[in-house]
Write a protein that binds this ligand. Sequence first.
Ligand SMILES: [Zn+2]
Ligand SMILES: [Zn+2]
Length: 374
Amino acid sequence: MAFELTFLGSSGGPIEGSNCCILIKPSHISYQDIVERNLQNEVLCVDAGAGLAKLSEVIFNETHDLPSCNLLNLYNDSLSVDEYFKTSTSKPFAVFKGKSPFSAAVDVFKNIKSYLISHPHLDHIYALVLNSPNFTEANPKEVYGSCDTVHALNSHIFNGIIWPNMQEFEIVNLNTVGFESPFDVSSYSVKMFKLSHGKLQRGHRNSSISINENFKGIYQESKSVTYVSSAFLISYKTINSRVLVFGDFESDHISNQNFNEVIWKEIVPMVLDKSLSAIVLECSNCNCVETSLYGHLNPIHLMRELYKLNGFCVNASGTENPLKDMHVIINHVKETDGTFDPRATILRNLEKLNLDYNLGINFSIALSGVSIIV
Ligand SMILES: [Zn+2]
Ligand SMILES: [Zn+2]
């Protein structure tokens, strides 16, 4: 079975309105079917850094045959949309021609019951928050995340001060799920893995995420704590087909943890039997020195991680080039000062490293507003 992924947002900031959000569904079920038959279990929303506004814009563009990605308009040296993808792209929302884009977007979101949230940074949650008055008791959203994510949403967002307590209205239900224990969400089975997204430290800015001295939270006791993010291995129930989506993360080499290694070992059989349709992961920066990565990846660190996966696959199978033709989609690229398109640079850097390491991976760069089939 193929999946259709819509990148409602793919930017790692600092711009707003196009941040990380992926809609995932089986490619053989159309959004028209989903809306007309109220199929609420077929679409999963992974992270919510974009939502109703972006989907309305995408619907307007697709129904008027206009290009969908506004990120490419930010730079003078961007490539064409097709040059960023090694997968086929699709226009799943063109079926709403003639409908008001906003009402079509509302209809689609009415039929998205479940959200997976990788971590509670604003660029991954703000559309969930701002869109929530549009949700109803009859149509509550089930939000799944780690203990850290749910705690942060509960204490610091839906606390009645930053935003109304949507949990009390039973409009947003926050569900804590454990790492590495599969759980069912709608028509999917999901396994969540722990990631390191940098170190939280008091009074240290260099390479770490500095905590406000006045903050009295779960990080109060210790001086330095891993900021936990999550990856989701998502399978459509009963079908041997899956996608792996990472939240923000850094390399094991920087974190001195083995969180990524655990994931690479887990997916070896799925890479070898080709049941892993795609890996979506971040590469936030073109080329930063290690002290300026702040819990993110650059092309060199990303390639080292994938080379590790390659090694595990070679050891398990003896196959040469086990990652050949595997789809890796780069997400969460941070915008530059505007002098050059960071996505084109990252793609060039990765293609070069792909040749140097002789991996044969199919790299694509996620673009806000673009849908793909994998
Ligand atoms: Zn982010
Ligand atoms: Zn983050």
